[in-house]
Each structure stands twice: as C-alpha cells, then as structure tokens.
Design a protein around this ligand. Structure first.
Ligand code: TC6
Length: 698
C-alpha cells in the first residue's frame, strides 16, 4: 500500500483513507494507493469500500504540479473507471472541497455522502482544461445537462445542500467523514442497495449545444476551455456509448492541456499563491491589529474603510469637517448596502457595522489608540507630509502608519516622521472594497514586522497582496504609464483610440486603455501630464495635447457623460465620440505627422511589448521581487486576461528573443521610448526566461 492512502478493514467494509496534505491532491502516489486499495478489498472479500480524505478535505483535485510532465500510471480516468467497475459497493464520504478530479472520483463511486459544509465543483476550466476523468460524462447523467453545463463552464463551487438537490450527492449528514461514511456504507449493505454505476446510466437528453457553445465562447472573452468543455458534455448525450464519450472527453482534454491558455492559467494559480511568500518575512511576526484609522473619506478612503469593516475591523474615520465626515459615512453606507444586496452580509451585520464599528472624527487625537492608520487624502506631497507629521505626534508607539499614495515617494513621506521604520505604503485600487489587489510598498527604512503587518492586513481583507519597492507608480501604475504612452504614440501615428480599445478587448483585456481613462476620469491623466510637464519632460519624449483639449472643454469621461466615448444615461458603455478624431487630427497636423494605418496585430504587439519591457525594468531594478509579482499585479489590478498568465508569462510564451528584436527595430523610429530593459537583454543573452527567475527565487 502507498503511504498516501491508508487501508483499514472494518467488518465488511474496506476503508481507504487518503493522507496527502494539505489538500489530498490526486498525485501519482494517491492514485496508486486507491487502485491498490480497491484491488485488495476485492481480493480480501470485502463487501463495500469507503473512500474519504484525512485532514481538511476530500480530494481537492488532480495534482496540478504534475501537469505538463510525462504522465505516470495509473491515470485518473482509468482509475475512475476501475473504481466504478468494482463489484463491491463503493461509497465516498465528502468534506472540505471535492473539486475536479476529486469530484470525478466521487462520481465514480456508487454512492456519495457529504457533511453540510462540503463543497463540490469541477473548476478545471479555470485552469484552462476540462474535467478529464469522466466529469463531463458522469455529471450530466446524475444532474442533467443544464446543471452540468452550468457547473462545468463556470467551475463554481456548489454547496452540499444544492449538490443534494441536483443529485450530485445522495445524502448530507453532519459528523466526521469516516464515521458518517461507515454508517452510510453499512446502511446500504444492510438494505441490499444495488451497486450503482453512473457510467451505466442512460445518456442524458441533448440541448442546443451550438447555441450554448457560442454563448459560452462570447462570455469567456477569448478563453477557450469553457466552450471546449461544452463539446465534451455534448458527447455525453450524443456519443454512441459511454466509452466513446470518454474517448471524446480525453481528446478535447489533451487539446487544452497542450494550449498556452492552460500554461497561463496554471501560472496564475501558483503565482497568486506565491506573492505572499517572501523569504525576508519567514518567521517575522506581524504586529497585532485590532482597530484601524482611515484619514480621508472620499471614494478611496470610504472604500478602504468599507473593506476593513467588512473584515470585522473597527474603523475610526477622520475627516476635516463634520459635514465631510457625514458624507464619508453616507459613502460607506452605500458600499455596505451593495454588500447586503449581493448577500455578502446580513441585515443584522450591516446595521451593527454602521452603529458600532464605525467612528467618525475630525481631530487627530481620535487616532491615538489605533494599531494601524491608512491615509487616503489628496495626492500632494506637502499635504501628505503634514498628515504624517500629525500622525507622528498622536499615534501610539508601534502603530503602523500607512499611505495609500499611488505614486508619491514613500521614503519622503516617512521622513516627515521620527519613526520611518513604522511607515509603509498600502496602495489599494478603486473601489477598494471590491478590487482584490493591494500593493504593499516597502520604503528604505520600513521594518520587516511592518511589512508582515501589511501582508496580514491584506490577508484579512481578502486581498491579493504584492510587495513593491518605491518608484513613481510602484509596480502597476509605472507599467501602466508606459503602455498607456505607447497607445498615445500609436494614436498620434495613425491608429484611432477606438481601434486600439477594440484590438485590446479582442486580445482579452476587460477594457481598452481609452475606455479605462474615461472610467477613471480624464482629469487624473491630465493632472499627471501637467505634473510631468512642470517637472520638465525629456526633450526626446513625445507629447500630445488632444486629451488635454477634452479636459479643457470639461469632458472628463463617464462622470461628465463625455470623454473618448459619449455616455447616455441608462445605457451601458459608450459610443465613440467623433470630436476626438478631429482633436487628434489637429494634434497630428501641428506636429507634422502623416498618419499611417495599423493592423490590430501590430497594435497588440506594440502595446504588449512596451508593457513587457517596462515590467522587465521593474523587476531588474528590484521594484518587483520576481516576474510573477508583476503578473499578479496586472491580473488583479489592470484587467489583464488571466488566461494569458500576466505580461511576463505571455512574454515567455511568445519567446523573449523576438520581443527584444522588436524593441530594437522600433528604437530606430524612437530611441527614447524603446530602450530595451537590461534584464531582458541579459535573459536573451543567457537563453533564459522570466519563469527561470521565478524558479530561482523559490
Ligand atoms: C483536475 O482535477 C483535473 C482532473 C483531470 C485529470 C485527468 N494540486 O489554495 P490554498 C496547494 S484539475 C496541487 O492556499 P485554500 C496550493 O498550491 C484540479 N496543489 O488553500 C497550496 O500550496 P502551498 C481541480 C494544490 O484553503 C496548498 O495546496 N482542482 C492543489 O485557500 C493550499 O492551497 C482545483 O482546481 C492541487 N489541485 O484553498 C482546486 N490545490 O501551501 C484548486 C491546492 O505550497 N485548489 N494546492 O502554497 C483550490 O481551489 C484551493 O487550493 C482549495 C483550498 C479550495 C482546494
């Protein structure tokens, strides 16, 4: 027997207990153990087999770390068929998360019981594959095609009560999985229940699979796995036999397994778990945080306060005046009403948060007892310095003093206090109670426990936290500024903002850069351009004025109803604003530029290559620790298509030499903007990839 599956005999029942922490992934040892266990139970004359998982869960899926490596026998589909074919009565007892290959093992068992807190699901499409061990063939047979399509194409986790209604499990009972499983198996034996193989059930009735395929493809914005999975479910209905349906599933599974999308999505899965693991934080204890202060109750401050309140942290919110404080409370109440509507909190929790957990204040003394304070005031260095000098005067020793600045120098802000070791940047993304990304900006003197406290807070607020160093814009906004500039250059040279937005949404971005500017407010970019011009632009840098003209006319994007697009009340999205084309034409004429045409492919290539080049500089300078940190920032803060894995994973998949060649070629037309990142040159010279750097850091 393998150690990953323990064998025990209780009367007529052979018990197979998986023991492969942390999530009982179905790696090769577990698969061998299950196969050996079934064979032994049959050889020893047991009448039933119980399969369950030790520790926190039943099998949470195939072992994702094995993907892309040579497969080792027994394969999961064959194992599932073998379990189902057993003449013994096979029962699975589920707790924790029975996902992917885990649910497929359960579906090959003849009966399934689960504890009420268990969740089941087939989330494979989120990893760029489809259920490849019979899930697309067995689930429709027990739950019907409609429910199976929903579960398989969304990958959602289904609670035990719903799974019971759908017929995915047979019984829900509180208790220890081993105990309830044993009792259920005995009950089935005693009642003479038949062996019940899902694969032997009749094929389910078909639906209009072409229509479902098209709808799912459209919803996936270029992601293929959910749509391909529809075709596998179709085979469950239409293939002449169960075995032929399984063969079709296998064929489609292998297609997806070979795809770049699978590589991108699995990179994203591990990258988002790796960002919080920093060697310098090993063994460093975060400082306790029981209550926090937020300074400034605008959209950002109110969003941060909401996120903290939803995580159960009491908040003291400081504003300049009573009126401003009450307006901030209204904003928070609006955010909480949204959370209530979406079922994230109950009415009782909503009321308790507003009445007991939120304190309003107008004087700094109110912050004397908080453990951590986040400043979200106007983006102006002098204002920030005054705030931090005041915090230094009133906050208790050891309190963490955080700024939510999105580009200002955190070292300079820290220098306004006598305790720079306690100062850190916590850069939330708007709306802060919704967006998952948190950049944890570590300044020169920030103490390790303060960094650990930032990560602990991020975890508590359910954020994906990424360490960043200090520079203008940190990781995300610095890279954004470069690819946004690249888009501006393409506009000057002949592409329209609308063509660029369309090319990039076709590539998979949630929105194009010009639609994003309209959403954020064109005044933000305008202020940045004015600041940079005031600081003095490099004479080699290209500049443009067409967007300034929109702002001068009072058009700030969605909030004023007009920007690059025109927004009509009550309608989703906008239509292109034709005036923009005239402004661009005037700008080109003033600069003596003769416009040329761009293909969509060239737009995407230039935009992506500029992003990769800046990202390589960010990693090379140590602003991001690893390429994967950049990838996670772009995935969670900037609408980057997850199935492409992030810009540096995309770069690896494209090939770094070709990217460097393009930068060198384009530098002939603009050698200021297209300066190759030294790290990119080094990797190409050494024949290495960004992923190699990720591995070096493990
Ligand atoms: C499949 O089954 C295909 C079948 C067809 C075959 C033919 N493999 O997320 P956490 C690790 S596809 C390997 O922090 P949580 C994870 O990396 C699979 N490792 O915990 C982490 O390691 P670290 C379908 C895995 O409690 C540790 O376990 N299944 C796997 O927040 C803890 O994970 C899925 O897609 C795995 N399958 O959430 C489920 N799963 O400590 C994927 C986890 O070294 N997993 N690890 O960083 C999840 O969704 C979540 O991990 C969870 C637990 C809900 C199971």
């Amino acid at each position: 027997m393998s150690e990953a599956v323990e064998y025990e005999r209780i009367g007529d029942i052979a018990v197979l207990a998986a023991n492969n922490p942390p999530v009982n992934a179905l790696g090769v040892d577990v698969r061998r153990g299950l196969l050996a266990g079934i064979e032994r139970a049959e050889a020893e004359g047991a009448k039933a087999v119980l399969i369950y998982g030790k520790g926190r869960t039943y099998f949470a899926g195939a072992d994702i770390r094995e993907f892309g490596k040579p497969p080792q026998e027994p394969w999961l589909p064959g194992l599932c068929d073998r379990i189902e074919a057993s003449p013994l009565l096979v029962v699975s007892a589920l707790h924790g998360t029975a996902l992917g290959g885990g649910l497929e093992v359960a579906l090959s068992s003849h009966y399934r019981i689960a504890v009420p807190s268990a969740k089941v699901g087939l989330p494979e499409v989120n990893l760029g594959i489809l259920p490849g061990a019979g899930g697309t063939q067995r689930l429709p047979r027990v739950a019907g095609v409609e429910a199976a399509l929903d579960m398989i194409t969304t990958g959602r986790h289904v609670r035990a009560d719903e799974a019971l209604k759908l017929g995915v499990i047979d019984k829900v009972q509180d208790g220890d999985p081993r105990e309830i499983g044993l009792a259920y198996a005995q009950e089935l034996l005693d009642s003479g229940a038949p062996r019940r193989a899902v694969g032997e059930m009749p094929a389910p009735d078909p639906v209009d699979f072409d229509a479902v395929y098209e709808a799912v493809l459209k919803k996936g914005r270029g992601q293929l796995s959910p749509a391909v999975a529809v075709r596998a479910v179709q085979a469950a209905c239409e293939a002449p036999s169960f075995a032929e349906g399984m063969a079709r599933e296998r064929e489609l599974f292998m297609q997806l397994m070979e795809s770049d999308q699978r590589k991108g999505l699995i990179h994203a899965f591990f990258a988002e778990r790796a960002v919080g693991k920093l060697p310098e934080l090993k063994g460093v204890e975060p400082r306790p945080v029981h209550q926090i202060g937020v300074i400034g109750g605008g959209t950002m401050g109110a969003g941060i306060a909401t996120a903290a309140l939803l995580a159960g942290l009491p908040v003291t919110l400081l504003e300049m005046t009573q009126e401003a404080a009450h307006a901030a409370k209204d904003r928070i109440a609006g955010n909480l009403a949204g959370a209530l509507k979406r079922g994230k909190i109950s009415q009782q929790q909503h009321d308790a948060i507003l009445s007991d957990q939120l304190q309003l204040a107008t004087g700094y003394d109110a912050l004397s007892a908080v453990d951590l304070v986040i400043e979200a005031v106007f983006e102006d260095m002098d204002v920030k310095k005054q705030v931090f000098a005041q915090l230094d005067a009133v906050c208790k020793p050891g309190a963490v003093l955080a700024t939510n600045t999105s580009y200002l120098d955190v070292n300079e802000i820290a220098a306004a206090t006598k305790r720079p070791q306690d100062v850190i940047g916590l850069h939330f993304f708007s709306p802060a109670h919704v967006m998952k990304l948190l950049e944890i900006v570590v300044a020169d003197k920030t103490a390790p426990e303060v960094v650990a406290t930032g990560f602990a807070l991020g975890h508590r607020l359910k954020k994906v936290s990424v360490r960043a160093g200090v520079c203008d814009g940190f990781i995300g906004n610095r890279i954004l500024s470069t690819y946004r500039t690249c888009a501006d250059h393409m506009v000057l040279d002949g592409a329209s903002p609308f063509q660029i937005d369309k090319a990039l949404t076709d590539f998979g971005f949630a929105m194009g850069p010009f639609a994003v500017s309209d959403l954020a407010g064109l005044d933000i970019g305008w202020a940045v351009r004015k600041r940079k011009r005031a600081e003095g632009l490099d004479p080699r840098a290209r500049d443009s004025s067409y967007a300034d003209k929109l702002c001068e006319a009072g058009h700030f994007g969605q909030k004023t109803g007009k920007g690059f697009y025109v927004y009509e009340k009550g309608k989703r999205g906008g239509t292109p604003n034709p005036e923009v084309l005239d402004l661009i034409a005037a700008d080109r004429a003033a600069q003596g530029i003769t416009p040329r045409t761009f293909t969509d492919d060239e737009i995407v290539r230039r935009y992506m290559v500029s992003m990769v080049n800046e990202a390589a500089k960010v990693v090379g300078e140590g602003i991001a620790r690893r390429p994967l940190d950049v990838d996670v920032v772009l995935l969670y803060g900037y609408g980057f298509p997850r199935y492409r894995g992030g810009p540096l994973k995309w770069a690896d998949l494209q090939g770094l030499p070709g990217i460097l060649d393009d930068i060198r070629a384009w530098s002939a037309e603009d050698d200021y903007f297209w300066q190759p990142a030294p790290l990119l040159e080094k990797l190409v010279a050494e024949g290495r990839s960004f992923d190699d750097l990720n591995k070096d850091a493990e």
